[in-house]
Design a protein around this ligand. Structure first.
Ligand code: ZN
Length: 428
């Protein structure tokens, strides 16, 4: 067994039982602040329920012995000051906001797990060698305003007040007014930008079904996938569905159907971590008795390797052109969104692999197909992510669920990692 917190097998079971009870209590408590009438949890940035949740969380952090602080965008920090005040801080947490009618676990789990892990370490070992902080990031989802990663991006220097100056929500409430009504905004508190973070750790539900299907307890994230999005327009000829013989048709939808099938075949052949999706299709004139003359559609492609993703997108462009040419269809396409893959820190990955092995917890390396706050931190400090299973892979839904025992395993691994980073022999 390991160097750290669960040195005896019996201790592991005791800790799991304790974390299981605690994590359920904290998650139910957090969810209760922002129930959606239609089911699930809705906690949009700078809403009343968002504000009451952040303040309640601050009170709880204080009661656990943390020193609390909000920054000027409303990120909440609970600090355990370290012995070596000059050393950089270890930050752990996730986002407090949700999508409309989201679940209890996305974001909230990472905060609750961090809170419990640090509280346990503090209660058992006292002052850490270096400052440890749990963070409830104010916003990640982009659900209220057209802006995502506002909390983590503000800390990492990738978001600033200029970028939100003219944003409004669907009810035409300005971003700045909503922020100021909650008591935040430029000059309201400590600047959000940080230069003193030594590592960022985020635990999160997988939001996919790989861990559940493969019966693996935790996923050690290698990288957050890069994403590219393309849009295409394919033009044929609209014509009478009764009087146009099959061989005389230039059916845009038939051509696009061939492209979609070919895309799926190639993505399946290449396999994980590549995924590719046609999620939107607009057919013109979209009438039952007319041969489709024009189709607009999108492709979303993701991969952990930038070069492989680039090659795949080149293949898509060439293949779609060939399939269009074969049918005398015209095609135009462009890439309109490109986000590079974000690798997680090799040292943190190594720790997570070792911890899983030492604690006899099944784990696998995986790529996150979804975006996370961790990708903002990666360019300012070593960053790591850990996943726990999501039942049925369901997320952004009231049906989001992870069993208490599975949540507890994530807390235990996180606790051991934080011990190593803040208390152990290698902490500084
Ligand atoms: Zn999330």
């Amino acid at each position: 067994m390991g160097q750290g917190i669960a040195a005896r097998p019996q201790e592991k079971e005791e800790l799991l039982a304790m974390f299981e009870e605690q994590i359920v209590e904290v998650l139910e408590w957090l969810a209760a602040f922002s129930p959606d009438e239609a089911g699930g949890v809705t906690r949009l940035l700078y809403s009343d329920t968002w504000l009451s949740t952040q303040h309640a969380l601050a009170e709880r952090m204080k009661s656990y012995g943390f020193v609390t602080e909000f920054d000027e965008v409303g990120n909440l920090f609970g600090k355990l000051p370290g012995e070596h005040t000059e050393a950089s801080s270890i930050l752990t947490g996730s986002h407090i906001d949700t999508v409309v009618q989201g679940g209890k676990y996305d974001g909230a789990y990472g905060i609750a797990a961090s809170l419990l892990a640090l509280r346990y370490l503090h209660d058992r070992y006292g002052k850490p060698k270096r400052t440890m902080e749990v963070v409830a990031l104010c916003e990640e989802e982009g659900s209220r305003f057209p802006m995502a990663y506002w909390g983590s991006g503000s800390i990492a220097g990738k978001r600033d007040f200029e970028q939100v100056a003219h944003l409004q929500d669907i009810d035409e409430v300005s971003f700045v007014d909503a922020m100021e009504k909650c008591g935040f905004g430029r000059g309201s508190g400590r600047s959000s930008r940080r230069h003193d973070i030594g590592a960022f750790i985020e635990v999160h539900i997988e939001q996919g079904a790989v861990l559940e299907t493969e019966k693996v307890a935790v996923g050690v994230v290698d990288a957050i996938a890069g994403q590219r999005r393309m849009k295409f327009e394919v033009t044929g000829e609209s014509n009478h569905a009764g009087t146009t013989p099959m061989h005389m048709r230039r059916d845009a939808l038939e051509g696009v159907s061939a492209m979609i099938l070919e895309l799926r075949r190639e993505a399946t052949r290449q396999g994980a971590p590549l995924v590719a999706t046609v999620g939107r299709l607009n057919v013109l004139p979209n009438v039952p008795n007319v041969v489709p003359g024009k189709v607009m559609f999108t492709v979303d492609a993701r991969h952990a390797d930038e070069a492989a993703l680039g090659l795949f997108c080149k293949w898509v462009m060439e293949t779609f052109k060939r399939l269009a040419d074969e049918r005398q269809l015209e095609i135009s396409g462009m890439e309109w969104f490109c986000e590079k893959p974000v690798p997680m820190d090799a040292g943190i990955i190594r720790h997570l692999d070792e911890i899983s092995r030492e604690l006899s917890i099944s784990s696998k390396r995986m790529v996150s197909g979804a975006g996370h706050d961790a990708q903002m931190f990666e360019h300012i400090c070593p960053t790591g992510m850990l996943f726990v299973p999501s039942r049925g892979g369901i997320s952004h839904s009231p049906l989001e669920y992870t069993a208490p025992s599975e949540l507890a395993v994530g807390v235990l691994v996180l606790t051991e990692l934080l011990y190593r980073l803040g208390y152990g022999e290698e902490a500084l």
